[in-house]
Write a protein that binds this ligand. Structure first.
Ligand SMILES: Nc1ncnc2c1ncn2[C@@H]1O[C@H](COP(=O)(O)OP(=O)(O)OP(=O)(O)O)[C@@H](O)[C@H]1O
Ligand SMILES: [Mg+2]
Ligand SMILES: [Zn+2]
Length: 506
């Protein structure tokens, strides 16, 4: 009978299980010392070895010549168990055996002692049992005959009732590290005489999300696709995953802010049926590598941040392609926002604006009451109060915030200012995007601040382009006639929905 790679390479003993060292070591030691328990629960992500380990454990408990906690695979009991013919090992699929009658039948069968050493009941996907079946099972595992061992496996331990959980020794399976998966694939290829490129195995391992079964199934698909070979050039087409080259093209389009090119690229990957979540994940990994390599750190950090947000949202609300598209276009506009701000700044510095010197702009229309506060607050007064306490609290505040775009905005463009006993969050450089982000997150930032300083931040103030020695003339109202005619103001209003809060004349 034809066996696929995943079936053929199911580990038969503990030493063949990869990436689950803790589980394997603890189980082997308890078998060696004879300290086994009546019920085990194996939980963790799919394709990581739960069913395989359940069978190995059942086999070892029944082996006539176990050695160092491993089954011999040669005695009568081991042979029968490998062929699924061992009458002492009963394997039940929770998905089809979920009813009360099924569990009653099972409990009744436990009254007959084993032919060999132990009666082992494996219930796979135990979370699928209905409530009544769980309760019946609970009674059985509370007082089982001492020749019975239960082994339960599940991907969703949260759905198993706590009374059952508490009666089991629990083992958590982990996603298998990508390197181990790739090496296991290489081992399989060598043994099977399959021609392969290591880079292609790496790609398959990355694609498999920590599941050895996923990796084996994907490798098998590749073999069918490319006539018995596993080659890099076929990976993206056969598995529907993007190649590294494609991701690099995508990131170059973002870097050059080529919206039209990106639109075409995204249509293309949609047509190829690539998984957008997987695509975003791979793009994040490459963007992060660029951050580490120190090239355009700011850009790649923000790109990765936008894509991660899209990934999280797509898991919460679905629509991964829509979210990828949105994040992509945002990512491709990051530089534009930056350069517009720089452009305006340079205009202001050159004094080319009609109002000579725009000192403070509110890029997202501050609330009316905040506007008043800012309008009556001469900026030179605020900056004089920079002292150790401010720096100390500022550093602590940054330490308390999660890594991410908000923190990066604060760190790069903002500072704390104290004036007349009141605290302000001051924007010192950066653009409207960073202002908006900080404003959106203001509550969160403020609560972190309050826990440090036991008072709150009054408001956000804009100190960009403050002229050190210029006497600031306060203008209380939003500018009217001359502002609307001014080129810079027009640009600001269009781009950021900006409002002039006050201005000063040199
Ligand atoms: N830790 C592992 N070491 C070696 N091979 C593994 C491992 N985990 C999974 N495999 C491979 O994947 C196949 C499926 O594994 P298994 O049925 O044990 O996973 P599982 O955790 O029970 O998955 P599911 O939650 O989907 O039931 C095995 O036959 C084997 O080929
Ligand atoms: Mg399983
Ligand atoms: Zn044996």
């Amino acid at each position: 009978m034809y066996k696929n790679l995943a079936q053929k390479w199911r580990p038969r003993k503990f030493s063949e299980v990869i990436g689950q060292d803790i589980v394997v070591t603890v189980l082997k030691n308890s078998l060696k010392s004879g300290r086994t328990v009546p019920a085990y629960l194996l939980s963790g992500p799919q394709g990581t070895g739960k069913t395989s380990v359940a069978r190995i454990l059942a086999r070892t408990l029944n082996c006539n010549n176990p050695k160092d906690g491993e089954a011999c695979l040669e005695c009568e009991s081991c042979k029968l168990s490998i062929e699924f013919n061992n009458p002492d090992i009963i394997e039940i699929d929770g998905a089809s055996w979920r009813k009360l009658d099924n569990i009653r039948e099972l409990s009744a069968s436990l009254n007959y002692p084993p032919i060999g050493k132990r009666k082992v009941i494996i219930i796979d996907e135990i979370h699928m049992l209905i409530k009544e079946a769980f309760n019946a099972l609970l009674k059985t595992i509370e007082e089982p005959p001492d020749y019975v061992t239960f082994i339960f496996a599940t991907t969703e331990p949260g759905k198993v009732i706590p009374t059952i959980l508490s009666r089991c020794q629990q083992f958590e399976f982990r996603r298998i590290p990508f390197r181990l998966i790739s090496d296991q694939l290489e081992h399989i290829c060598k043994k099977e005489g399959i021609e392969y490129e290591k880079a292609a195995l790496d790609e398959v391992a990355r694609f498999s999300d920590g599941s050895m079964r996923n990796a084996e199934t994907a490798a098998e698909k590749l073999l069918l696709y490319s006539g018995g070979k596993i080659l890099s050039k076929n990976v993206s087409k056969s598995l529907g995953v993007s190649s590294e080259e494609e991701i690099n093209n995508y990131l170059s389009l973002i870097e050059s802010e080529d919206i039209v090119g990106l639109e075409k690229f995204l249509n293309d990957i949609e047509e190829k049926n690539y998984d957008p979540y997987n695509f975003a994940k791979r793009a994040v990994m490459i963007a992060q590598n660029r951050v580490i390599s120190g090239k355009s750190i700011h850009l790649w950090f923000n790109v990765a941040d936008l894509l991660i947000t899209a990934m999280i949202k797509s898991r919460m609300i679905g629509e991964p392609m829509l979210l990828l598209r949105n994040a992509t276009f945002k990512a491709a506009s990051l530089g534009k926002i930056e350069s517009t701000a720089t452009f305006i700044e340079s205009l202001i510095k050159k004094g080319k604006t009609g109002i000579r010197n725009v000192t403070t702009i509110d890029t997202d229309i501050l609330k009316e009451d905040n506007r008043q506060k800012i309008a009556v607050k001469p900026t030179n007064e605020i900056s004089e109060n920079k002292h150790e306490e401010t720096t100390d609290i500022w550093n602590k505040l940054l330490d308390n915030l999660e890594e991410g775009y908000t923190k990066s905005c604060l760190k790069n463009y903002f500072g704390l200012e104290k004036s007349e006993g009141k605290w302000f969050l001051a924007q010192k450089s950066g653009n409207g995007g960073s202002y908006k982000r900080v404003k959106d997150e203001f509550e969160k930032i403020n609560s972190a601040f309050s826990s440090l300083a036991s008072c709150s931040i009054e408001s956000i103030i804009d100190m960009r382009n403050k002229q050190e020695n210029a006497p600031a003339k306060k203008v209380n109202a939003v500018q009217k006639k001359d502002d609307t005619e001014d080129e810079t103001v027009k640009l600001l209003k269009e781009r950021y929905n900006a409002t002039i809060v006050w201005k000063s004349y040199v």
